[in-house]
Design a protein around this ligand. Structure first.
Ligand SMILES: Cc1ncc(COP(=O)(O)O)c(C=O)c1O
Length: 388
């Protein structure tokens, strides 16, 4: 069988190699502590599960949903107003998605012609680049460097590249680098997008996983943002609903209409029971969101403080569910380090290079296991690694 050329963009690569190494380790009887994939391990709040249960028991919910319920869009618009003071028209400025991944994967099809440039973060969450390659666009990676607080330096993008660019993807709080952005950066993005007529897609999947009282911004809080782009928002991390597959794109009505047109040819919408669970999540008691953030904050502290005692100094992130750790002294290849760490300790992390060339030199550690397991991870590392 001869696969299409675009399949090369979807090569399993590093993640497949990690899965093989993990299986090999488990075959020796070791319990692997998986700190690789960013899938929330916490349950949704009981009122969300109850709404889902009721929705599942309603026989009327089994027709094709086609689009998001207006009540759901109103709930999200109200939530955005409360949380970010951003006004959204529920009818035209909110689009329901089967998880934000759905929108991130498809939006390029609406804006990228073969050969058009898209500006994507490097390192970056993999779908940002994969979606452009599936649309046969050309990637222009924007390096996220520690010296720039992991924000892309837009002044380094050559004007001839910017003129050919149709889209820019940004993501704060960021996966994998766990950095956050401020209004100043978002304002620069708006100005850049206006100058070069670029559609901006901001991914805000981790906006609620923030620590020590920090409140990440919405891109749409910045004047002019709605004229140049959209924001992806997900219920996966905020409410631990990752398996339910529900998220949103909000902002520029024209961009949303285009994305909706693509999607109307591909899918029939989010199961109505899941939409009802989404309404319950957005309109119900928000204490569960704070509880989730507190849980991740404790995990972050156990890991960062534990590793510091071993001599591995790692920055405490303000937000996101990840730690982006520079390789300990003496290591050069993030893949080699992750494989050795897995082999010696049974702890699985993701090499930074899996997220792009500029991720080399780092590993991503996901805070997706219980405190006891993170404590055990530190102890295992202590008995086998000397980082000084
Ligand atoms: C940065 C980022 N965006 C989007 C997603 C996908 O989220 P969803 O479950 O809404 O599709 C993830 C999932 O891990 C992510 O890390």
């Amino acid at each position: 069988m001869k696969l299409a050329r675009r399949m090369e963009a979807l090569a399993p690569g590093i993640f497949a190699e990690l899965a093989r190494a993990r299986a090999k380790k488990e075959a020796t009887g070791v319990r692997v502590i998986d700190l690789s994939v960013g899938s929330p391990d916490l349950p949704p709040a009981p009122h969300i599960i109850e709404a889902l249960r009721k929705g599942v028991e309603n026989p009327r919910n089994y027709t094709y949903p086609l689009s998001g319920k207006l009540e759901l869009h109103r709930a999200l618009a109200h939530w955005y107003k409360q949380r970010f003071n951003v006004e959204l028209d529920p009818a035209t400025e909110v689009l329901t998605l089967m998880g934000s991944q759905d929108g991130l994967a498809h939006v390029a099809l609406a804006f990228i012609n073969p050969g058009d440039i898209a500006l994507v973060p490097d390192p970056g969450y993999p779908i940002y680049a994969a979606s452009i390659l599936l649309a046969e666009g050309e990637l222009y990676p924007m390096p996220l460097l520690e010296k720039n607080r992991f924000l892309p330096d837009l002044t380094l993008i050559p004007p001839e590249v910017a003129r050919r660019a149709r889209m820019m993807t940004i993501n704060y709080p960021n996966n994998p680098v766990a950095a956050s952005a401020d209004a100043d950066f978002f304002k620069k993005v708006v100005e850049f997008a206006r100058t070069y007529d670029i559609v901006v897609c901001h991914d805000a999947a981790y906006a609620e996983l923030a620590y020590d009282g920090f409140k990440p911004m919405s891109f749409l809080e910045v004047p002019g943002a709605k004229e140049v782009g959209i924001e992806f928002y997900s219920l996966s991390k905020t409410y631990n609903m990752a398996g339910c597959r529900i998220g949103f794109a909000v902002g520029n009505a024209e961009v949303l209409r285009a994305l909706e047109r693509i999607k109307s040819n591909i899918d029939y919408g989010v199961f109505s029971a899941v939409q009802e669970a989404g309404i319950a999540a957005l309109t119900g008691d928000q204490a569960c969101v704070r509880q989730t953030a507190t849980t991740y904050q404790k995990r972050r502290d156990i890991l960062v403080e534990g590793l510091a005692k071993l001599g591995w100094q790692v920055e405490k992130p303000q937000a996101s569910m990840f730690i982006w750790a520079p390789l300990p002294r003496g290591y050069r290849s993030s893949m080699d380090f992750c494989l050795e760490f897995l082999d010696k300790t049974g702890i699985l992390m993701v090499p930074g290079v899996a997220f792009g060339a500029r991720g080399e030199g780092y590993v991503r550690i996901a805070l997706v296991q219980k405190e006891e397991d993170l404590q055990e991870a530190v102890e295992r590392a202590a008995s086998l690694f000397q980082f000084n």
